[in-house]
Design a protein around this ligand. Structure first.
Ligand SMILES: [Zn+2]
Length: 372
């Protein structure tokens, strides 16, 4: 209810916290989104590689679109959009490896519904570089959505299947962050410059991962374990099995800081839902239903983040291991073996895209390294 907006409790923003604070290092994209929020069209396409802040940018943009103050202040509406509990901002995430035609049809039905609270509704469509053959099912809706619906389509790139949809959207690019930008942002957040450079190097240019590593006291121990592997393999299957188990244990423990953040996010969502339910006069089953839906969505996102963290961590470990073998390239007597080892590590890294089991992939790699 827009008329009720002045009565909403205003949450004082933390010092320096503003709507697009979660999208650092993207001044052009943020400026474009801010300008767009004042006079929105019906569809936007945010394009940029993984970890460039597309999802955060989409949420901030949605908040600016719904905010009764035009996004100038971080109010209760903005807070609820940013924490993912506003009913008029729906983030559509894929279920399987690509966007299904059924999911595309569900989006069209969703787009046709009126906003719950305000005059506008925002549909954020994630991972649309994976739209495959679901594009045509959505095209008409994205071309001519109901007056009150704004689409924000997210994609890592624009493959041929997305070109037609892309041509109907205002396109906004998010650039990959350079290692030095990631390091600078970490320093601005209080990380020691030497450590910031090291973390930025291990982050693959992804600020989300760099931050996670910064909060991780065990990172150096895990890197050291990977670095020590070449000297530990002794030609026995027992050692291969022991080390492979140990490495999977490292992947488990690398999820620790993420788990702590997830618990905090869940608590915040519960607190916000309780407050929103009170503001909207929702009680009993309706309020519990909102909360249950929000928690389910949050838990699904958390599961995806855990999977991605394990893959990222494994990639980092493989990069450290390849580096350890590369150091041996200088020694002529071991050169051929080192070249073969680097190649084996590299192939394992590329095979991760096919989602093999971690333990099996590591056992196979260690066996190869052991018998070269
Ligand atoms: Zn606001």
């Amino acid at each position: 209810m827009p008329g009720a907006a002045p009565d909403l409790p205003v949450v004082a923003p933390a010092a320096g916290a503003e709507l697009f604070a979660a999208v650092p290092g993207q001044p052009e994209a943020v400026a474009a989104l801010r300008a767009a929020a004042a006079r929105p069209v019906h569809a936007y396409l945010l394009v940029g590689p993984q970890g460039t802040g597309k999802a955060a940018a989409a949420r901030a943009f949605a908040a600016a679109l719904l905010c009764p103050a035009g996004g100038d202040a971080t109010c209760e509406v903005c807070r609820r959009v940013l924490t993912g509990v506003h009913p008029d901002v729906v983030v559509v995430e894929r279920e399987g490896p690509s966007i299904s035609v059924d999911a595309a049809r569900a989006v069209s039905r969703l787009a046709a519904r009126s906003p719950v609270e305000g005059r506008r509704k925002v549909l954020v469509l994630a991972d649309f570089h994976l739209v495959r053959d679901a594009g045509p099912a959505l095209l008409k809706t994205i071309e001519e959505p109901p007056e009150s619906t704004v689409f924000v389509v997210l994609a890592e790139l624009v493959p041929p299947e997305l070109v037609t949809i892309a041509s109907r959207c205002v396109r906004i690019e998010l650039r990959p962050l350079s290692t030095s930008t990631v390091a600078q942002l970490l320093v601005a957040e209080g990380v020691d410059p030497v450590r910031a450079a090291e973390l930025a190097g291990a982050s693959g240019g992804r600020l989300d991962r760099a931050r996670l590593l910064a909060a991780d006291p065990e990172l150096e121990r895990r890197r050291q374990t990977w670095r020590s592997l070449p000297g530990r393999l002794d030609g026995t299957g027992a050692t291969v099995a022991t080390i492979a188990d140990e490495l999977v244990g490292l992947l488990d423990s690398s999820v620790g800081p993420l788990a702590a953040r997830h618990a905090a996010e869940k608590a915040e969502l519960e607190a916000l839902s309780a407050r929103a339910a009170a503001v909207n006069g929702k009680v009993g089953r309706s309020a519990r239903g909102d909360l249950a839906a929000g928690v389910k969505e949050l838990e699904e996102r958390h599961r995806r983040e855990v999977r991605r963290q394990r893959t990222d961590e494994l990639r980092m470990g493989l990069a450290v291991l390849a580096g350890a073998y590369q150091e041996r390239l200088a020694d002529p007597s071991g050169r051929a073996a080192a070249v073969a080892a680097v190649q084996a590590v590299d192939e394992t890294g590329r095979s991760l895209a096919r989602n093999p089991g971690e333990l099996l992939a590591l056992q196979a790699l260690l066996t190869r390294l052991d018998h070269r």
